[in-house]
Design a protein around this ligand. Structure first.
Ligand code: IMP
Length: 183
């Protein structure tokens, strides 16, 4: 285990099993239609790559990049889509893929779902590997959830702290001294 990690919440095998289950569910729900996974960079990249290979359907993928908010910009609604979807979305069933839904501001303030629907997507749903409902500030409907977690800051499997730890094969809780060291 990495020395900065206090506890492993989900091992590599836990994640693999759960994603296989989610993939089976998504395959059943989207059989006979064209599915486009739209991952939100950067955190969702690893999750998207793994769930993609568990989906047995007509599926493609793309990424968007959304500017992160800070301070009170969240309440002023400034969250911008920096990189848009390149793929043609008209008539597609879109599944937004997010690493973790925390406050919900990113999904809400980017208007990603509304935007994709306006541009002709047949349906838009949301799939998140992790959900931290106790931190929610705005209501967000998540259609597929990997794991529900408590109010803990987690890293690994694509999730970072200050650009680090994305490569860990498990999802773990960061030791508090790591934050304190940087603050
Ligand atoms: P939200 O807008 O508050 O829902 O936050 C979503 C984004 O915040 C995620 O896509 C992550 O990039 C980041 N985030 C929230 N909680 C965590 C965490 O525990 N670890 C790492 N990143 C997190």
């Amino acid at each position: 285990m990495h020395p900065d990690i206090a506890d492993i919440l989900f091992s590599k095998d836990d994640i693999k099993l759960r994603i296989a289950m989610m993939g089976r569910q998504i395959s059943a729900d989207y059989k006979d239609v064209s599915l486009l996974l739209v991952g939100i960079l950067k955190g969702s990249a690893i999750f998207l790559a793994d769930i993609l290979r568990e989906i047995d359907a007509d599926v493609n993928y793309d990424f968007v990049s959304i500017s992160s908010y800070c301070g009170d910009t969240s309440s002023s609604g400034i969250v911008r889509v920096i990189k848009d979807v390149d793929a043609d979305i008209s008539g597609k069933h879109v599944l937004i893929v997010e690493d973790i839904v925390d406050t919900g501001w990113t999904l809400r303030l980017s208007y990603l779902k509304e935007n994709l629907l306006t541009r002709g997507a047949e349906s838009v749903k949301v799939c998140a590997l992790l959900d931290k409902p106790s931190r929610r500030k705005v209501e967000v409907n998540i259609d597929y959830i990997g794991f529900v977690i408590d109010d803990l800051f987690v890293v690994g499997y694509g999730l970072d702290y200050d650009g680090r730890y994305r490569n860990l094969p498990y999802i773990g809780v960061l030791k508090p001294e790591v934050y304190n060291r940087n603050n």
